[in-house]
Design a protein around this ligand. Sequence first.
Ligand code: ZN
Length: 171
Amino acid sequence: MKVFINPGHHVILDSGAVNPVTGDREVDVVIECAKLVEKYLLAAGVDCTVGQYNELYEICDASNAYDADLFVSIHCNACASHQARGTETYYKSFNGQRFANYIQSQIIRSLPVTDRGVKEGNLYVLKHTEAVAVLVELAFIDNPEDLALLKNRIDDFARAIARGVTDYEIA
Ligand SMILES: [Zn+2]
């Protein structure tokens, strides 16, 4: 089992969503999370790698070249009102839905986040990766309560994602 972990966006070229008050950037949060997921998966004996690229096709090419069985793209959400909160996980395929359910359940179980559910999404990285693929939106970086979770409990998000991977692997 090989897992490709993709923190969304790009440190220099694309910050992703930004909290308008604090300046916290999605790209920094998701890199930290991805590195922790890698650490926990390696500790569990799961082969994995972290890859971040500015272009969506580069992400897919890298995952496919790695011959990944599972693909996880990690993002933070944002919303014009700055009021929205919660976690949601996107999938495209049948097995992707199963994988998304494991990750979503683990996050909901370990953190006081709003459960926005798993959703089918026609997203580029889900369509063009050969692996069973999901995209998880950890929480809303532009909401103060969600941002506090992202800053103070990113380790719990990462552990939950890693457990979602091993749940899928075992099932
Ligand atoms: Zn994003």
